[in-house]
Design a protein around this ligand. Structure first.
Ligand SMILES: [Zn+2]
Length: 351
């Protein structure tokens, strides 16, 4: 386990390890500030691409960034936007391609098709408009099944884009006259797929560029779709111990427990919020309660007797089952509160 237990970024203090729920569009779906505080959530991840489209940069700048817009005082991490665009490109949901200069794609904005060249510089400029506390360089994400040739191209462009992202980041800091204590942090992202040599080559160059923290890019999943423990552990050994490590998109409770052992500090994942909406509620020891099952229709117990969350303190499984069946929005809120409290207790127990 790595020795970093606490960080202060732009005056915001957080304990590590930490789990960050997804606030893709500037909201953890169904929850407000008081709910997030109640779950003990000190940090969230927002999506740069989605925010760029909606509500757009003009609106965010009007409010001084997404934190003030959503009235959340905790730490805000923005992704680079690249992962989202590349996923849409891979799934052929948008037209475009990956160019040496950035990601070129067409998107319908206010009824009009617009072609955007999403460069490393544009990603950083957009993150400054979002005014996040931790920003991420644009990187080239590949599927675990990608060919060696594509993995090599991914590392090559990831390194070029990381350099350009850092240059733009430093330009913005100078221009805004931000002090060391007031500036955001910048994360470098390691790529290289399942190839240890490529990962090592990528990390060597990134570490020379000296980022504030390092992220695991591309999920640690082997070609059969199983979690790749060995690579996950190896990846952590590639960056210096005095810099925090972010396991991007890693969030199964068992993977978080392993990740902390290996020296990761930050985890983010859609699982707890998405599972909540789909009726999958978390219990200790890798167990789940599927609230939609008929057996819960008469059950007066809370989801988990030992859980301190407001949902478990106030409502029965039977009532939650009823809300779920009638697709009541209150269900989504109560279920998300429980799952996020579970995740927060998990990371706290690992501190
Ligand atoms: Zn609970």
């Amino acid at each position: 386990m790595s020795g970093i237990t606490n960080l202060t970024i732009r005056g915001k203090s957080i304990d590590l390890p930490i789990f960050l729920p997804d606030a893709t569009l500037g909201v953890v779906r169904g929850l407000d500030k008081a709910d997030l505080d109640g779950c003990g959530i000190d940090a969230v991840v927002v999506n740069t691409f989605h925010l760029m489209i909606n509500p757009g940069m003009e609106r965010l700048q009007q409010f001084g960034g997404v934190s003030k817009f959503m009235n959340f005082e905790g730490l805000v991490v923005s992704d680079s936007g690249g992962f989202q665009i590349m996923s849409l490109l891979h799934q052929a949901k948008i037209k475009g391609k990956i160019l040496p200069d950035g990601l070129k794609f067409t998107w319908r904005i206010k009824g009009e098709d617009k072609t955007i060249l999403f460069t490393p510089e544009l990603s950083i400029q957009t993150q400054f408009a979002i005014n996040s506390d931790v920003m991420v360089v644009l990187d080239y994400f590949t599927d675990p099944k990608a060919s060696k040739l594509e993995q090599e191209r991914s590392v090559d462009l990831t390194l070029k884009w990381a350099r350009r992202s850092k240059d733009e980041f430093e330009r913005q800091i100078k221009q805004r006259k931000l002090s060391e204590a007031n500036r955001p942090w910048l994360m470098g992202v390691l790529q290289g797929g399942n190839n240890e040599k490529l990962r090592q080559a990528c990390s060597q160059e990134l570490v020379k560029m000296n980022f504030d923290l390092y992220g695991y890019g591309g999920w640690p999943i082997n070609e059969q779709g199983q979690f790749n423990n060995k690579l996950f552990k190896y990846n952590a050994s590639l960056t210096p111990d005095h810099k925090p490590r972010f396991a991007l998109g890693v969030g199964k409770p068992s993977d978080i427990t392993l990740g902390v052992k290996y020296g990761y500090h930050f985890f983010d994942c859609v699982l707890p919020t998405r599972d909540a909406r789909h009726g999958r509620l978390y219990l200790p020891k890798n167990k789940f309660l599927y609230i939609g099952r008929g057996v819960f229709a008469k059950d007066p117990k809370p989801i988990d007797n030992n859980c301190s969350c407001p949902t478990c303190q106030n409502y029965s499984r039977a009532y939650l089952h009823h809300l779920y069946k009638i697709k009541e929005t209150l269900y989504y809120r109560l279920a998300t509160i429980h799952n996020l409290t579970f995740y927060n207790s998990l990371v706290k127990s690992l501190r």
